[in-house]
Design a protein. Structure first.
Lengths: 690, 273
């Protein structure tokens, strides 16, 4: 065929032949006109490629043809084909809508192709979460959201960022956004009632503008705050956002002053709004959601205030119940150190860690600790978190309980006798496929674990002064020579002998089978157990695994997965497979029963390891909150008195708040990622017993 | 057998000539002096690198007593502390161990990380740590009464997480316990600046970094950066290294091997400098 271009009507005919099924085929003539100016070679190319695509989906083929002019301008033929293939791939996996989006995003495709990748939330999540934790020193979670904003307890960041050309820059952009949002919680953006301020502009359009102004003005102020405290981050922020939009110029100097606070921002907000100025286009700044943030913040302040109050109350001896007359009692904030100093009769007393953390959190929120927090708590009991729970079906005891245990009631400062009814059953065996799948999946890691555990076991000890052995004990020999010289009878125990170190350790693993573990916490727990068993078999320590769950005090279930005398055999593996999420987490009674079992072991060292995903909890309000924490703490103390060391591994990110009090310092690990559980549990055990 | 049959060698102990730098944080100096005056043994507990050893050095200097420091480890035997016979040529001699030497000289004996020592070893210090104040040297059949100047100081880090390494109540209940923690920001800044020979502004940044890493304790790090690590970084900076490089080497890399955690620490270093 000659090199003549195809005319629009010719093109339309060809296109119609394979696009007739497309809902958009009515506009084929326009499409044909678009393609007419192209050289013949490119016309043929576009027709060929879109014909190919039409075999998958005509709508996509139509889109490709429509976009081809733009695409040909930026992609060579090879890249063009790859672009189409990428689009079809997405269509196969995610359907038409996603495919259309992908194809339209030629920039994104180019970026990807040139190795200039966008950054995704998933890849930065863990790193940012730890970073933000390091910055804030109080729990501040990171989640993905439609746009960047924070409710002051969680930072929401978009799923994908492709604002900059390289993946690295976009990752820094993520970091920059997270820092900016953290700064909102740290430098007092929400320290005034923004809703009240915004009420001045009730019209949605005006309110929207005010919010954008507010976000920008705060961004300027916060960037300066960050730069003062963390110069490195200041440089990062400045690099990311470049020069501030010119609209902001008049305000910048004032906002960047060291003493600028939210009031300063609000003055400028009023100024700009009164002038009717149009806000700059939001690019780098996160959005503000004052209503949600205000509520979350208020709840946290109340919670922290109560925590501090209670701690001070407890220190004072009032314990939140009695109103003992103050005998020279003072609690005040030391402005220099930022710590609350409690003095009783002139003696400085340290606040417990949870209260110190709460006070720090209050300082971050309010810049001070409210006076009411410094007065001891009154009589009203307080529960930290009252989530609604589904109604419980009635449990009727069909058999008498296997055991009864006391429970500690911190209100009364006394035990409730035989309060909890324990039923012991075996976990209903699963099919066993899970265990073998886990073994395959983690094979290299299991191998590595086994070797490390072998190294622990292989630690030999040299016994001196033995009647026989492979080497001479020089100390003993020297002594013997001296004894002989001085006329005493020398000892004949002159040898040393290597012996394998006797560990004499029994470990009990207590597995949280509460409803909240459903899903992949449960999977992670089971995987962790498989790896643990594989590794422990090498070590030779006596170990047992029990699950616990329950529904009120009359139904505390203990599930046997592996008893101390059970071998790690098919039956045990099937039971690991069968572990499933059940009901609630009444921890105290489980600890009491399992330490009872552990106590019967002859080993010299006894260890109780708890795997859990949250704080103690049970149906109804009684056990939730402080009661459960105090009972658990008491049960652990009892265990300790029997010579049992306890350790808790949790994936509850809020865990640090109560674990130190409940478990004691250095007796717990908070994993920030449930995926790490299988890899970490065995390792933690090894460290614990090294 | 008589104890005079063999020559005895006792290491010479000298008092510290120069004042070690120590920045008091609370009432620890007065408490230690009171304990010394009343001849009570002292237990120092606190995280690694918070100044326990330096404190003992400082107190030894202040009280003008020699100091014997023993870093305990799991193979530390009673003989390593008390002493042993040696044969040199044809002669048998007795070499006093560090503890015996300290007792004889009326020195301060500091057993660092006592939990690391074998359990049977710690029993030998018991008679020294109560009203008996005497050291029994079984091998020589000798009971050495401690002179007034002798003082026993032990330390341990409650953050160590091994079940097998715990200080026995029978040991710990003989001691006056002083708790150490990382000092407050201002005090720590002063320490880092003085020790590292750097300006207050850079020291403040290092302390900030320390604070950020301590926020991560329990969430991937066993311990946050100690004052000692911050001082190391300061010293590197004082020697001309760029602050970021110095902190990465002295703080970030020293804290963890975990690649994820290393990344986070690097981020924090970059955040501060």
């Amino acid at each position: 065929m000659a090199e003549r271009k195809l005319f629009a009507d010719e093109l339309a005919e060809i296109l119609d032949a394979f696009l007739f099924a497309s809902p958009s085929h009515r506009s084929i003539e326009r499409l044909a006109e678009m393609l007419e100016p192209l050289p013949r070679r490119q016309q043929e190319f576009v027709l060929r490629v879109s014909r190919g695509a039409a075999k998958t989906n005509t709508e996509i083929a139509y889109l490709i043809a429509t976009l081809s002019i733009d695409a040909l301008g930026r992609l060579d033929e090879k890249a063009f084909e790859d672009w189409v293939i990428a689009g079809l791939d997405v269509f196969d996996k995610k359907g038409l809508r996603a495919a259309v989006e992908t194809l339209r995003d030629i920039d994104g495709f180019l970026a990807m192709r040139e190795g200039r990748l966008h950054a995704s939330f998933a890849e930065v999540e863990q790193r940012l979460a730890r970073f933000v934790l390091g910055l804030s020193g109080r729990p501040l979670a990171i989640k993905s959201g439609a746009y960047p904003w924070t409710d002051t307890e969680t930072i929401f960041l978009p799923e994908r960022l492709a604002y900059f050309a390289t993946a690295e820059e976009n990752r820094r952009f993520y970091q920059g956004l997270a820092v900016q949002l953290w700064a909102q919680t740290r430098y007092g953006t929400f320290n005034v009632d923004l809703e009240e301020v915004l009420a001045a502009w009730p019209e949605p359009i005006e309110r929207g503008q005010a919010l954008i102004w507010l976000a920008h003005l705060e961004a300027v102020r916060l960037a300066a705050c960050v730069a003062r405290d963390l110069p490195g981050l200041g440089v990062l922020l400045a690099g990311l956002c470049g020069a501030w939009p010119t609209e902001l110029q008049p305000a910048i100097a004032e906002l960047q002053a060291a003493d600028a606070d939210i009031a300063c921002t609000l003055r400028w907000l009023e100024h700009f709004m009164a002038a009717g100025a149009v806000p700059p286009v939001p690019t780098f700044v996160g959005r503000l959601e004052p209503r949600i943030a205000g509520r979350v913040r208020a709840e946290r302040i109340q919670r922290d205030t109560e925590t501090v109050k209670k701690a001070i109350g407890a220190l004072k001896g009032a314990g939140g119940t009695r109103n003992a007359p103050p005998n020279d009692f003072s609690a005040a904030l030391n402005q220099e150190t930022g710590e609350i100093e409690v003095r009783i009769d002139g003696q400085a007393v340290k606040l417990p860690d949870d209260a110190r953390a709460a006070a720090q959190s209050l300082l971050q929120d309010l810049g001070q600790v409210p006076p009411e927090a410094l007065s001891p708590a009154g009589a009203a009991p307080w529960t930290p978190d009252d989530r609604p729970k589904p109604d419980a079906p009635l449990m009727s005891g069909t058999r008498p309980p296997d055991f009864r245990y006391d429970e500690w009631d911190y209100h009364r400062n006394a035990y409730r006798r035989d309060w909890c009814h324990v039923y012991v059953t075996d976990v209903k065996p699963g099919e066993g496929a899970f265990v073998s799948a886990t073994k395959v999946r983690y094979a290299p890691f299991i191998h590595q674990l086994k070797r490390r555990f072998e190294a622990v076991r292989g630690e030999d000890r040299i016994l001196g002064r033995q009647p026989e052995g492979e080497d001479i004990d020089l100390d003993a020999l020297v002594e013997a020579v001296n004894d002989r010289k001085s006329g005493a009878e020398p000892s004949s125990r002159l040898f040393c002998r290597r012996v394998r170190n006797e560990r004499s350790l029994a470990a009990m693993f207590m597995i949280d089978m509460s409803g909240s573990t459903k899903g992949w916490v449960n999977d992670a727990e089971r995987e962790a157990l498989v790896m643990l068993c594989e590794a422990l078999e090498k070590l030779g320590d006596a170990y047992a695994i029990y699950g616990f769950s329950g529904w009120t005090r009359t139904r505390c279930d203990i599930y046997r997965i592996k008893g101390f005398t059970d071998a790690y055999d098919e039956a045990v593996r099937a039971r690991i497979d069968g572990i499933e999420a059940k009901d609630y987490t009444r921890m105290g009674v489980a600890i009491r029963h399992l330490s009872h079992l552990l106590n019967a072991q002859p080993a010299r060292h006894k260890l109780l390891v708890t795997l859990s995903d949250g704080r103690p909890d049970d149906f109804g309000d009684e056990y939730r909150g402080t009661y459960g924490v105090e009972d658990t703490r008491r049960a652990l103390q009892e265990a300790r008195e029997q010579g049992i060391r306890s350790y808790c591994i949790t994936i509850d990110r809020q865990g640090a708040d109560y674990l130190k009090h409940m478990m004691g310092p250095a007796s717990y690990t908070v994993l920030d990622d449930v995926k790490k559980l299988p890899l970490k549990v065995a390792d933690i055990y090894r460290k614990l017993t090294a | 057998m008589t104890t005079t049959a063999f020559r005895t060698i006792t290491p010479e102990l000298e008092s510290l000539a120069t004042e070690p730098y120590y920045q008091p944080v609370a009432a620890e100096v007065a408490l230690f002096e009171a304990a010394a005056q009343k001849r009570l043994p002292v237990l120092l507990k606190g995280p690694t690198g918070c100044g326990k050893t330096r404190f003992v050095e400082y107190m030894a200097w202040k009280l003008k007593r020699p100091l014997v420091t023993v870093a305990c480890h799991d193979d530390l035997t009673t003989a390593d502390l008390v002493g042993r016979y040696l044969i040199i040529g044809d002669e048998t001699i007795w070499l006093d161990g560090p503890l015996t030497a300290a007792v004889r000289a009326g020195a301060i004996c500091y057993l660092d990380e006592i939990v690391e020592a074998r359990k049977d070893t710690t029993v030998v210090i018991h008679p020294l740590a109560d009203s008996r104040r005497a050291l029994a040297v079984d091998k020589r059949g000798e009971l050495i009464p401690a002179p007034p100047g002798f003082m026993l100081v032990i330390s341990y880090n409650p953050g160590y997480q091994s079940v097998l390494k715990e200080i026995k109540p029978s040991t710990r209940q003989r001691f006056v316990a002083l708790e150490f923690d990382y000092p407050h920001a201002e005090v720590e800044t002063q320490i880092v600046a003085t020790e590292g020979g750097i300006d207050a502004d850079t020291a403040k940044k290092l302390v900030k970094l320390g604070e950020l890493t301590r926020n991560l304790k329990g969430a991937g790090l066993d311990e946050g950066a100690s004052t000692r690590l911050l001082v190391h970084a300061a010293q590197l900076i004082g020697a001309g290294m760029a602050p970021g490089v110095a902190s990465t080497a002295a703080v970030a890399r020293a804290l963890t091997d975990d690649p994820d955690m290393t990344q986070t620490l690097d981020d924090l270093v970059r955040a501060v400098f």
